[in-house]
Design a protein. Structure first.
Length: 398
């Protein structure tokens, strides 16, 4: 064994060129994921404080920006394996940029915008430098890394410009940058998807998605507990405590069906259509997971007989509809899970979506006990029906 095998000296290598490549997530990546616990919590707080159309749209835009910051780093780390000191320092700086971004979210509509945009610009510049460094040390033999580095440096400049422009022009420029992030991957003939070596380790990406989903759903538990603790657990009645418990069980059920059906599973094919569907649908399902986590905090504000809070009820119903729809698409996009698809059939998904649509219509006009019952039917049917079918077919043996 030479010193080159010592982790702090291992320069970037494309995984296709590395004999010892594996799909496991490195601890540095996990640490990068950790900062998103705070970011998602701040996002949830922002949405809770802005439960109107404008706040919802701003929340969705911020979510996309935060997701892309996480995803672009994940794609790089899936392509190029590196554990040396410069890489660790660059990842540490990316963590710091996410800290700044998270801290700016509560005031993003006011003075926090400048910090958010500049933090995001610096994050993009660091991603660009990671690709440039991969090219410089010889980890990439094609123009892939050079193009990615160039693209992210240009985007960094665009995001920095949005920090100093007057609003609302600044928002439009920033939004254009977010769109360009996706286009630089997906545009025919010029996007980096055209490169044969743009082949991230799919199981590695799938594992990263699974870890992020746990973070997003875990934030729902955090939101519920913090909301009840701030209100005072001794000040609420038994009916509110029942609602609170219902919220926790709902989050567990969401994790249950996600990981049974698609969690940690990679796309069936490397064809662009499968890759793009897998990517975009994961954005949708993760966005919906945050909506649901925020909406379930509304359980703390009502007893059995009051209507569910309007804003919380709307985003919760919408979130469940999108979650189940995205899950339905994903389970036909990933490989394996044939038995799961057999029991989690289209009929089960359609029933859940239809019931959630009914809830969206009726919840303002019925007591929360009725709304929660309809919610429970929509969600827990996604666990109960497949389990019943498996038992019926002899899935449980003595």
């Amino acid at each position: 064994m030479t010193l080159r095998n010592f982790p702090v000296w291992r320069q970037p290598r494309h995984h296709m060129d590395a004999e010892d490549a594996n799909d496991h997530v490195h601890w540095v990546e996990l640490f990068f994921d950790l900062v998103h616990v705070v970011t998602i919590f701040m996002l949830g707080n922002f949405l809770s404080s802005h439960l109107d159309i404008h706040g919802f749209l701003v929340f969705s835009a911020i979510f996309l920006a935060v997701f892309f910051a996480w995803a672009d780093s994940s794609v790089y780390n899936s392509l190029y394996i590196s554990t040396d000191i410069p890489h660790r320092m660059l990842m540490a700086l990316q963590i710091v940029t996410m800290m700044v971004i998270a801290a700016a979210i509560p005031e993003i509509l006011e003075g926090g915008w400048v910090y958010f945009a500049l933090g995001y610009a610096f994050n993009r510049a660091l991603t660009a430098y990671l690709y440039w460094r991969a090219r410089r040390v010889g980890a990439e033999t094609t123009s892939l890394a050079a193009e990615q580095g160039r693209n992210f440096f240009i985007l960094a400049g665009l995001f920095a410009l949005s920090a100093v422009l007057p609003r609302p022009l600044a928002y439009w420029v920033f939004g254009a940058g977010i769109v360009l992030i996706q286009l630089q991957y997906m545009l025919p003939r010029v996007g980096t998807l055209r490169f044969e070596r743009f082949r991230p380790r799919l199981h590695h990406i799938a594992e990263r998605f699974g870890l992020l989903m746990l973070i997003l759903l875990g934030e729902g538990f955090f939101k519920l507990v913090v909301t009840l603790s701030e209100k005072g657990i001794r000040t609420v009645g038994p009916d509110t405590l029942v609602n609170f418990i219902m919220g926790g069980l709902s989050l567990f059920a969401l994790a249950w069906i996600y990981f049974d059906c698609v969690g940690n599973a990679q796309p069936k094919s490397r064809k662009t259509s499968f890759t793009v569907t897998y990517w975009l649908t994961h954005i949708a399902i993760m966005w919906s997971a945050v909506l649901i986590g925020v909406a379930l905090a509304g359980e703390v504000y009502v007893g059995f007989m009051e209507p569910y809070p309007m804003g919380y009820g709307m985003i919760g119903s919408l979130g469940l509809i999108v979650f189940l729809g995205a899950l339905w698409i994903l389970q036909h996009t990933v490989e394996g899970r044939d038995i799961t698809r057999r029991y989690h059939s289209a009929g089960v998904r359609v029933f859940g979506i239809a019931t959630a649509l009914l809830l969206f219509v009726i919840f303002p006009n019925v007591p929360s006990i009725v709304a929660n019952l309809v919610w429970g039917v929509a969600l827990f049917s996604q666990v109960a029906v497949p389990f019943y079918r498996a038992v019926r077919d002899g899935g449980v043996q003595a």
